[in-house]
Write a protein that binds this ligand. Structure first.
Ligand SMILES: [Zn+2]
Length: 356
């Protein structure tokens, strides 16, 4: 098992200086969340030596596969034509697509805090207004600027998305005017868009948005190209998610929009991510055979049974990570960050849902 080194060098103990300890916590929280640490009122932070440092949180493993985000300058976004009338918009991390028809725009996922940029991107292509908004799912980060486009548009979403948004009552995410169960066809401006529900995976109501005449698919938060899935698969139903990707691959498409990354993906790239899902499941099954609970029991210093079960999960995840590393670290981004978490999800699945 890989050794984890937690080395804290504290200049002042919590007991002697609780206020400063709290400041350290704030600085760490800001760092973890990606924000710059806030100055402490009444203190000139730059004039004082730090009271505490973390020398190492975990032995640093070098990165594996990386695909750098291209510069967004000068516009702040990337815009490209996916197919006739169909445009791909990205802020580097998040993405969506819109369809410019002769009667108006069909917009998908108005990304949170990116509405102003999205309006500029649409205006590059057409002076016509947004007439339809298609929600891929209910999550705030993907549709949080819907309110900026909703005034003269019809919003379409899955019935489960509608129920969730009614529950949240968030004015940034207006409730869909039109909702559906398994399939909905939108015929507008000479183009057909198929909205298909493959069942619960990433969450309730997460649909596929398919433009068959252009061989373009949008399926969000399921399979980001050249990336392992998000933390703990970012899903409420891992088995449903695998089935969802299989359903997507039955459709005839050349390019797909994943909701994340600076570019669209190819069919082969969706297949590759599905292969990772299945390979991580297999690796975890193998790890569960190799790691014995009795051995964890005999090696532990703990007498807390919950903690010992946690240690068993960690040992299985570490073994599973080691199996996956050989074939996946240099193939997909995010491996170092998320592979152990994927193993954890599969261990829970194997123990509670369905034997492999
Ligand atoms: Zn989501």
């Amino acid at each position: 098992m890989q050794k984890k080194a937690f080395v804290l060098s504290l200049g002042a103990s919590f007991y002697h200086n609780p206020g400063r300890f709290f400041c350290l916590g704030l600085a760490l929280a800001a760092w973890v969340s990606g924000c710059a640490p806030l100055p402490v009122p009444g203190e000139n932070a730059s004039a004082k030596a730090p009271q505490a440092t973390i020398e190492s949180v975990r032995d640093f493993e070098p990165d594996g596969y990386i695909e750098p985000i291209p510069s967004l300058a000068p516009k702040g976004y990337l815009l490209s034509k996916l197919a006739p009338d169909v445009y791909f918009f990205s802020t580097g991390i998040y993405n969506n697509m819109f369809i410019a028809t002769p009667e108006g725009v069909i917009l998908t996922d108005p990304i949170a805090d990116k509405g102003a940029l999205l309006k500029k991107a649409i205006a590059e292509v057409t002076p016509l207004p947004v007439k339809f908004i298609l929600y891929s799912h209910s999550h705030l980060d993907h549709i949080g600027d819907a309110h900026l486009f909703a005034e003269n548009a019809q919003i379409i979403g899955h019935i489960e998305t509608k129920k969730l948004l009614e529950r949240y009552g968030d004015s940034r995410r207006p409730v869909p005017n039109i909702s559906f169960g398994s399939v909905y066809y939108l015929d507008f401006g000479g183009i057909r868009v198929e909205l298909l529900y493959p069942g619960e995976g990433h969450g309730k109501g997460n649909i596929m948005i398919y433009v068959p005449a252009r061989k373009v698919l949008m399926y969000v938060d399921a399979a980001t190209p050249k990336s392992v899935p998000f933390k703990n698969f970012g899903t409420v139903d891992i088995y449903g998610q695998v089935q969802g990707i299989r359903s997507a691959l039955k459709l005839d498409f050349d390019a797909y929009v994943a909701g994340h990354l600076h570019r669209p993906g190819t069919r082969k790239e969706m297949e590759e991510v599905l292969e990772y899902y299945l390979d991580s499941k297999k690796a975890d099954h193998e790890a569960m055979k190799r790691v014995r609970f009795a051995e964890v029991m005999s090696a532990t210093k703990s007498r807390d049974i919950e903690r010992i079960i946690g240690e068993y999960y960690e040992a299985v995840a570490e073994e599973c990570y080691g199996i996956l590393k050989k074939s996946w670290k240099q193939r997909l981004m995010g491996f170092e960050a998320f592979a152990r978490g994927h193993c954890d999800v599969w261990t829970a699945f194997h123990r509670t849902q369905q034997a492999p």
